[in-house]
Design a protein around this ligand. Structure first.
Ligand code: MLC
Ligand code: AMP
Length: 499
């Protein structure tokens, strides 16, 4: 009996007495106890009718039981589908419809709303959250061992939705092999061991917090300080006894804006990793000047897991994302012809390797557009490689805004705005923001003599989209700037409305 991910990440800890999770409330959960809890949860999944290959939708708070649920899902052979806790019911409805899960797990406080949302479906809803969650309560009475369901390397372990340029989210199918190969590469490269203690302040519904941070810790047997959210004070208080921090650039700029963040606090720290959005070279330099540490920047995507990393031993160059991970190939191609370009030229970043996903759920056409038959995936990021293979990202060919590490696709917001009565058209774009890297602005053309108000736009967006996607300003214009081909010139808008 084999289960690729379970055997590598979880099984080795069944009798490990070391602390795995230290939670905000002061509780510490040992690895062996965590595995017992995961087994109890796996029994509940099975009793709820979850079959191997079934999807489990999880929109839940960041609790030790939520992480144990991920382990339980792997063990039960299911496909784990985590969702941003900020998503609205409208957004949730789409994911449930598209993924057709056989179980939904949500925060106890959202149970009634979700039951209403899915009325007509037979899918059971279980809850996590404090002592009252129905999933947690049911698990308490279950046996604490569970025989893992057989899963081969190419079987799916997770389905992670990522927005698309068409406005429709796409489910990236990630196999056991995709996740494990990447965890092994990163753990080796960053020299993570059971002597490490990671400050985990990222959300656990994305690749960064769930796979990069959690899978590497599990593989190494490291301790994880589980912060429910990023809070500068809490990070400052854990830094002296931790060794690792993984974060988005906003973590680092916020730490630097706090005078309490000093070199003295980070004496025990071994590594600071940044990713999910560009780290300004200026932040890199300021961080080194303040702490003596050079942040290690790496690059990845939901579809590919991590692709490149600056070296652990070796030059970490600000403004670059380092070299392809072992077993991962990166090339730069001409976006028009697909031909490989020489070192130094700018083009599309393509990637191939065990880390690359198996395609988009139920979207064979989209998959064929972005994943070549040769196995190379078109990232939509533009970059250039030096002669020795060091990669620098210089832009994006996809219309995407990254705010505080969250991806926001303008098309999705434009679709909502264009549906508001009185709107002729809209263009959503990102402008530089000191805290979030980029923030969202909407340019709107209203019908002449219409009664369109900013409030109507805000209300519509609020009812349909997660708060982090909401435009932070609306600019009313007579017409949108267009080029001779009729394409909206977002660069002109960015220049006009940027800081
Ligand atoms: C929160 N808000 C945001 C936001 N996060 N707005 C824009 N962009 C964001 N990222 C809004 C809230 O809606 C709220 O709005 C206000 O900001 C404060 O909310 P908060 O919950 O207190 O936010 P805060 O704790 O400050 O969160 C900021 C953050 C968080 C940067 C810590 O966004 C975060 O943890 N980001 C990490 C995202 C991540 O893990 N990305 C990895 C993707 S994987 P208001 O106005 O109502 O107050 C990937 C692949 C790879 O990309 O390579 O890793
Ligand atoms: P997501 O779709 O949420 O997985 O986000 C992936 C995107 O984040 C990539 O395609 C890049 O555009 C961006 N990204 C991730 N890491 C970095 C980085 N270190 N520097 C610049 N952009 C990054």
């Amino acid at each position: 009996m084999t289960n690729t991910l379970y055997d590598a990440l979880f099984a080795p800890h069944e009798r490990n007495p070391a602390v795995f999770l230290r939670c905000d409330d002061g509780t510490a959960l040992r690895y062996d106890a965590f595995l017992k809890r995961a087994a109890q949860l796996a029994h509940v999944l099975k009793n709820a009718g979850v079959q191997p290959g079934d999807r489990i939708v999880v929109q839940a708070p960041k609790l030790s039981d939520t992480i144990a649920l991920y382990a339980a899902s792997v063990q039960a052979g299911a496909v784990y589908l985590p969702l941003n806790t900020a998503y609205t019911e409208a957004e949730l409805g789409y994911f449930i419809e598209d993924a057709d899960p056989s179980l939904i797990v949500c925060d106890a406080k959202n149970e009634a709303a979700i039951n209403m949302l899915i009325s007509g479906r037979a899918t059971p809803v279980l809850t996590l959250g404090g002592s009252s969650g129905s999933l947690s309560l049911a698990a308490n009475d279950m046996p604490d061992s569970f025989t893992p369901v057989d899963r081969a390397p190419d079987d799916l372990a997770a389905l992670l939705y990522t927005s698309g340029t068409t406005g429709r989210s796409k489910g990236a199918m990630l196999s056991h092999k995709n996740l494990l190969s990447n965890a092994i590469s990163l753990t080796n490269l960053w020299e993570i061991t059971n002597q490490d203690c990671l400050i985990h302040a990222l959300p656990i519904f994305h690749t960064h917090g769930l796979f990069v941070a959690m899978n590497t810790s599990l593989l190494a047997g490291a301790e994880v300080r589980l912060h429910t959210a990023f809070d500068v004070e809490k990070v400052l208080s854990d830094l002296p006894s931790a060794t690792l921090l993984m974060g988005v650039p906003t973590f680092y700029t916020r730490l630097l804006s706090d005078t309490g963040f000093t070199e003295e606090l980070v004496q025990n720290m071994r590594l600071f990793v940044s990713g999910s959005a560009p780290l300004l070279a200026e932040t890199h330099r300021e961080f080194e000047a303040r702490t003596g540490h050079r942040i290690l920047e790496r690059y990845g995507m939901t579809e590919t897991n991590m692709i490149t990393s600056n070296p652990y031993d070796g030059e970490r160059v600000a403004g670059t994302v380092g070299y392809a991970l072992p077993g991962t190939e990166v090339k730069i191609t001409d976006p028009e012809t697909g031909k490989t370009l020489p070192a130094g030229d700018i083009g599309m970043i393509e990637v191939r390797g065990d880390n690359v996903f198996k395609g988009y759920w139920n979207m064979p056409v989209k998959t064929a557009e972005e994943l070549r038959a040769s196995g190379f995936f078109l990232t939509g990021d533009l970059g250039t490689q030096s002669q020795d293979g060091r990669l620098a990202i210089v832009g994006r060919s996809k219309d995407l805004i990254i705010s505080g590490g969250y991806n926001i696709y303008p098309k999705e917001i434009e679709d909502v705005l264009n549906d508001v009565p009185g709107v002729v058209e809209s263009a959503v774009f990102g402008v530089p923001n000191a805290d979030f890297g980029e923030s969202v602005i909407a340019a709107v053309v209203a019908e002449p003599n219409g009664a369109l108000t900013e409030q109507a736009l805000k209300d519509s967006v609020a009812s349909k989209l997660a708060r982090f996607k909401h435009p932070r300003a609306f600019k009313f214009m007579d017409t949108l700037p267009r080029n001779t081909m009729g394409k909206v010139q977002k660069n002109v808008l960015r220049e006009a409305y940027g800081p």
